[in-house]
Design a protein around this ligand. Structure first.
Ligand SMILES: [Zn+2]
Length: 262
């Protein structure tokens, strides 16, 4: 059996694999087809990127491009769920893509072992067949986060950003075309040379990246499959120590140098 809808189809293999999803109230075949036609660029294939990409690939995303120039280290294995001890020394993006392709061969998974920059952004974004529907920020430092935000605003591609440090995490989904604010509107000018907390200097509990990566995947599925931004105008804050989740409202900064037109 093949169901036809708007020139798109789910194959027998897809119907079988995604059976528990297409039965869902509020998800259905149309949502599955929207997800199948979706393209994501993921910047960072580490603690957040591993769980987020695995969920999205298992759920039936159309196309995923992983960008990461890092190699796997022993200290990554505690939380970077797509890697095994034998992968130490291998490039993260390529290794993750190979595993994801095995997990779900129905999804087109690509990898580029590169560091994202203003100079190569256009070329990398062009690697997906058509403009990406969503950029997932799974990076671990301010400088790359600021760069990904600038790219999101410049190319008008929605940005789903997550962070995880110690036992705390943050999540936001910015839609540049709506002029409702960007990463810079919320966090301002962050100076990476001072006071930057990273997993390397502050530590991170294995569950923090797992939870934030899964929340990021959940927001991506809602956005791509149902065209709903479940955290529009809200920054989600997760505190693993207290098991508490809070939502904090934000607005576009009228003086934001990144997303406000002069
Ligand atoms: Zn802004």
């Amino acid at each position: 059996m093949t169901i036809l809808l708007d020139h798109q189809t789910l194959t027998d293999d897809e119907l079988l694999r995604y059976a528990r999803q297409v039965l869902l109230e509020g998800w259905d075949i149309e949502a599955q087809l929207r997800l199948k036609s979706s393209r994501i660029v993921m910047v960072g294939a580490g603690g957040l990127g591993c769980p987020a990409s695995e969920i999205l690939v298992r759920a039936g995303l159309g196309q995923l491009l992983l960008i990461d120039d890092d190699v796997i280290e022993a200290s990554n294995l505690q939380r970077q769920t797509l890697f095994l001890p034998e992968d130490i020394g291998k490039p993260k993006a390529q290794t993750a893509a190979q595993t994801l392709q095995k997990i779900n061969p129905l999804v087109q998974t690509q990898a580029t072992v590169a560091r994202l920059s203003d100079a190569n952004a256009y070329e990398l974004l062009e690697m997906t067949a058509g403009t990406p529907d969503l950029i997932l920020d799974c990076t671990d430092n301010f400088a790359t986060r600021a760069l990904v935000n600038r790219i999101s605003v410049h190319y008008q591609i929605p940005l789903l950003t997550a962070s995880a440090i110690a036992m705390q995490g943050q999540l936001a989904l910015f839609e540049p075309s709506l002029h409702t604010g960007c990463y810079h509107c919320v966090f301002g000018e962050l100076d990476s040379s001072t006071d930057e907390r990273t997993c390397a200097n502050s530590g991170v509990l294995a569950s923090t990246t797992g939870i934030m990566g899964n929340l990021q995947a959940n927001a991506a599925l809602q956005y791509l499959g149902r065209h709903k931004n479940p955290i529009a105008g809200k920054l989600l804050l997760w505190d693993g120590r207290q098991m508490q989740q809070r939502l904090m409202g934000y607005r576009q900064d009228p003086h934001c140098p990144v997303c406000t037109r002069a």
